[in-house]
Design a protein around this ligand. Structure first.
Ligand code: SF4
Ligand code: SF4
Length: 114
């Protein structure tokens, strides 16, 4: 099964994936195949200063409209959202291969459309 892996440690919240997907699927304004949710910013009062003191995370989620870019991927192309991401924090492939990448310090989310 194919899926999309998100490294949300490095997602900048630029929204470029949303725009690329809307163009790919021909969706109207206010419709999404991938949609960002913003968590934060807020401060953890009981933690020392440093990167863990603050929470400010962007979480891309696939919607019901996502077809995993069936037309593009059938031609051997990357999904539009993955190709557009300048932060290189989206990956497309087989679930088993993507799951192997989910090791180490980054925060990951594995998404499937249907
Ligand atoms: S895989 Fe294609 S259809 Fe799905 S969110 Fe990405 S751009 Fe949109
Ligand atoms: S294009 Fe990449 S960095 Fe920008 S919001 Fe989407 S996943 Fe995050």
């Amino acid at each position: 099964m194919k899926a999309i892996l998100v490294n949300h440690e490095y997602c900048t919240g630029c929204h470029a994936c949303e725009v690329a997907c809307r163009r790919e699927l021909g969706l109207g304004k206010g419709e999404f195949g991938i949609k960002l949710t913003e968590v934060g910013p807020f401060k953890y009062e009981d933690r020392d200063d440093g990167p863990d003191k603050w929470e400010w995370t962007w979480l891309p989620a696939l919607t019901k409209a996502c077809d995993m870019c069936a037309e593009r991927t059938a031609q051997g192309k990357m999904p539009a959202c993955v190709q557009t991401c300048q932060a290189w924090c989206l990956y497309y492939g087989e679930v088993e291969d993507l799951a192997k990448k989910m090791e180490g310090g980054s925060r990951w989310a594995l998404l499937s459309a249907r």
